[in-house]
Design a protein around this ligand. Structure first.
Ligand SMILES: Cc1ncc(COP(=O)(O)O)c(C=O)c1O
Length: 482
């Protein structure tokens, strides 16, 4: 490995003896590296059962604030054991949530970013260029015509950021004067993520402003119903602020018909936001790209790099197609800190003030692995979902609850003679999580309780997929015949 020239001695020589510096930096870092490598190795192999914390460690976790210094290696060892006994999405059969792969590059990027801890609220120099390049790379990857954007803490914050920009366009002055009696509406599908509702609430529009548009038979927003709802509101003096299309719903991975929704938005002059927190990376893969036609017509979009792009939480991006919208939503004149001439601070384009250099994780991963490798990985996760779907179709004791569009599959255990399939499948999800070999989420499709598997982890192999139904069958069988 090429090394930078050392700039400082590895053992600190602080003039202030009480500075919290490590006496043996390299020794402690070696131990940290060992712990991290062990964790990475454990992520590559499905584990037989969940490790437990143990009584002694659990007792230390309720101990009061220490007055005296402690040993760093002890603290590191306890922290590693705590995390090892926690649910990590990086394990290949942890399919319950839309987690990430936990790519090594993300860890390197996080560690470096934490070490330098740059201040992104003001102009930070080189780090600003990394943010911009990572955003451009991301936009190129998914095919969005980026004009401006920001890295945020997650899909929730990205959706909120976009809606605040949309609110200011639809209702100018609302950020300073409030709604002043104006009524507003935001449209999304019946299966849009709850973060849309929360964002509408935080925007001050009230959750009653959310119009849930019904689904078609592929669980996508129905554009003609959207058109009717927008027309109805406009005719009664309610301002349509934004339509939030979902590109990959949390429950089943459905992608709303973006092109047709863009037609509706264009006709009514409404801001179109695409919540692609989970699904947008599939726009980069030829097999699924056609589902995202129309994305390029959206005013804004969200994508979480900490989901299907493999890096660690939290690393989301909101991207906009028109420059100036973020400044209109967040810019402000500070009187207590002077700007450099006329140049706005980066904080004039973001909701957050202090924030970590999240983009470095993604920048490292994209730079080291490249777009082609990412496309192969994403295709593999799509193949995993298809594989599970095929296995479900052949299994007489399981039922597939929808046709997967992306990489999410909802299904249920339905052995013959089962009296209460809803109660059984909820118990099964809980028992499987306790068992630890395969972690699925309990979910409900059209009121039917089921198990939900979401494939976004690049570590998961076809052989891993083949373990899912046998484990579900074994645990489910125990519940039916205790
Ligand atoms: C479609 C969608 N939007 C938004 C979110 C919220 O994202 P985050 O948890 O990163 O805030 C999620 C989370 O799963 C999601 O699936």
């Amino acid at each position: 490995m090429r090394r930078r020239e050392a700039r400082s001695p590895s053992t600190p020589q602080h003039e202030r003896a009480d500075l919290p510096a490590l006496a043996d930096r390299e020794g402690v870092l070696e131990e940290l590296v060992r712990v991290i490598c062990e964790a990475w190795a454990s992520f590559d192999a499905p584990r037989p059962a969940e490790p437990q914390l143990g009584e002694e460690l659990a007792a230390r976790l309720v101990a009061p604030l220490p007055e005296e210094p402690g040993d760093v290696e002890d603290a590191l060892s306890d922290a590693a054991r705590v995390l090892d006994a926690s649910v990590s999405p990086s394990r290949p059969l942890n399919l319950g949530y839309i987690g990430s792969t936990g790519l090594e590059m993300g860890v390197l990027g996080s560690a470096l970013a934490a070490t330098y801890d740059v201040n992104l609220a003001v102009t930070a120099g080189g780090a600003d260029l990394v943010e911009e390049q990572a955003l451009r790379w991301l936009a190129d990857f998914v095919g969005f015509p980026l004009a401006e954007g920001a890295f945020t803490s997650g899909g929730m914050t990205s959706n909120l950021t976009a809606l605040l920009a949309a609110r200011e366009r639809a209702l100018p002055g609302s950020r300073t004067d409030g709604l002043t009696g104006r009524r507003a509406a935001v449209y999304c599908s019946e299966e849009a993520h709850h973060s849309v509702v929360r964002a509408v609430e935080v925007c001050g529009l009230g959750s009653a402003a959310v119009r849930r548009i019904p689904l078609d038979d592929r669980r996508r927003m129905r554009p003609e119903a959207l058109d009717a709802a927008v027309s109805r509101d406009a005719a009664s003096g309610i301002t349509p602020v934004a339509v939030v299309a979902t590109a990959g719903t949390t429950l089943t991975g459905a992608v709303d018909p973006l092109d047709e929704i863009a037609d509706v938005c264009g006709r009514h002059g409404v801001w179109m936001h695409v919540d692609g927190a989970y699904g947008l990376p599939a726009a980069a893969v030829p097999e699924t790209a056609p589902l995202f036609a129309g994305l390029e017509r959206a005013d804004s979009t969200t994508v979480d790099a900490h989901k299907w792009l493999g890096v660690q939480k939290s690393c989301s991006a909101v991207m906009l197609r028109e420059t100036g919208r973020l400044r209109a939503a967040f810019g402000h004149e500070e009187r207590y800190m002077l700007h450099e001439g006329d140049v706005p601070n980066p904080v004039d384009r973001t909701l957050e003030y202090s924030r970590p250099l999240r983009s470095l994780r993604l920048w490292m991963a994209l730079r080291v692995h490249g777009a082609a490798q990412y496309r192969i990985w994403i295709k593999r996760t799509l193949d995993n979902a298809r594989h599970l779907t095929g296995l479900l179709r052949e299994a007489p004791d399981f039922e597939l609850l929808h046709e997967p569009m992306l990489s999410t599959v909802c299904f249920r255990h339905a052995p013959s003679g089962l009296r209460d399939p809803d109660a059984h499948n909820l118990r099964l999800a809980r028992e499987m999580q306790r068992d630890g070999r395969v972690f699925l989420a309990p979910a409900s499709v059209d009121g039917r309780a089921c198990l939900r598997a979401c494939f976004v982890n690049f570590r998961t192999t076809a052989r891993d997929v083949e373990r899912i139904l046998p484990v579900a069958r074994e645990v489910g069988g125990r519940l039916v015949r205790p």
